[in-house]
Ligand binder design. Structure first.
Ligand code: PGA
Length: 243
C-alpha cells in the first residue's frame, strides 16, 4: 500500500481526483468503480472541477458502484444511485446507459448479484476503484466476519454500520440489508484508491495497515493487493505507525 497523509480533505480530494482524471484522459474507455459516503465527496468535487475546465470527458467510461441498500428503490433519496447522481453523475458527461448499479429493489437478490458480477466480468473488470472504509473496517458493505467474501451478495448490516449510516435517514427507517460487491471482486480491481478521514476511522485504518490480514477487518485484505493508494488525514492516520 502506498499511503499519503494530507493536511485537509480538499487536498485528498485533489490528489485522488487527479489520479482518476489522468487515467481517464489516457484511457477514455476506462471502467471506473465508485463508492458512496462522505469520504469520496471531495474527490468527486475535484473530478467535476476538472470536467468543467474541459480537461476530461467521461463520455466513453463505464461505471460500477460498490453497493446499494436492499429494499430501497433507486429513486429513493437515500439510495446510493441518488447519491451518485447528486454528487457526480449529473455533473459530468457520463452516459446513463454506461452507469451500472446493483438493483436494491430486486426481489430475487441472488440472481441480481449474479447479473452484476457477470456485468463486471463482461466489462473486462474494473480499472480504478474508489473506496472508503467503515468504522468497523468494512469495504463496500463487506462487514467483519469469519471469511472473506467472493462475488456480489446480499449482506446483513452490522449495528456499527447501521449507527453510522442512520444519520442520513431522518424520515424513514434505515435498511438492514444491502447488496454489495464482494471482497474478491474488490481485490480484482486493478487499482484501488482508499480514502479515510477523521479520528473515528483511526482504529479501522490502523487495523487495515498495521494489523494482521483477517476477515474481522475486511480492509486488511488490501495488504495483499499490489496497487493501492491510501489517502488519509492526520486524524485517520493517528494510530498507525506511519511517521
Ligand atoms: P463514509 O463511509 O465515507 O461516509 O465514512 C465509508 C464507508 O462506510 O465505507
Amino acid at each position: 500500500m502506498r499511503t499519503v497523509i494530507c493536511g485537509s480533505k480538499s487536498e485528498i480530494g485533489k490528489l485522488a481526483g487527479k489520479i482518476l482524471c489522468d487515467y481517464v484522459k489516457a484511457n477514455p474507455k476506462a471502467v471506473l468503480g465508485f463508492a458512496t459516503g462522505a469520504s469520496p465527496i471531495p474527490a468527486y468535487d475535484s473530478i467535476v472541477e476538472e470536467y468543467k475546465k474541459g480537461g476530461v470527458s467521461f463520455k466513453e467510461v463505464v461505471t460500477f458502484n460498490l453497493d446499494e441498500y436492499s429494499g430501497l428503490a433507486r429513486e429513493h433519496k437515500n439510495s446510493y444511485y441518488s447519491f451518485m447522481q447528486e454528487n457526480l453523475f449529473s455533473k459530468i458527461d457520463v452516459r446513463p446507459e454506461n452507469i451500472n448499479f446493483l438493483n436494491g429493489s430486486a426481489e430475487n437478490w441472488a440472481s441480481e448479484c449474479e447479473r452484476y458480477s457477470k456485468a463486471i466480468r463482461d466489462a473486462g473488470g474494473i480499472d480504478i476503484q474508489i473506496l472508503g472504509i467503515g468504522h468497523n473496517g468494512h469495504i463496500g458493505f463487506n462487514e467483519p466476519g469469519e471469511t472473506f467474501s467472493g462475488d456480489a451478495y446480499r449482506v446483513k448490516l452490522t449495528d456499527s454500520t447501521i449507527a453510522a449510516n442512520s444519520v442520513y435517514f431522518e424520515d424513514s427507517l434505515m435498511p438492514r440489508y444491502a447488496l454489495t460487491m464482494g471482497t474478491k471482486q474488490i481485490m480484482e480491481c486493478r487499482h484501488i484508491i482508499l480514502i479515510a478521514t477523521g479520528e473515528g476511522k483511526a482504529e479501522a485504518v490502523r487495523a487495515m495497515i498495521n494489523g494482521k490480514v483477517t476477515p474481522m477487518c475486511p480492509a486488511s485484505v488490501l495488504q495483499n493487493h499490489d496497487n493501492v493508494d491510501v489517502f488519509l488525514d492526520e486524524d485517520a492516520a493517528g494510530l498507525t505507525d506511519l511517521g
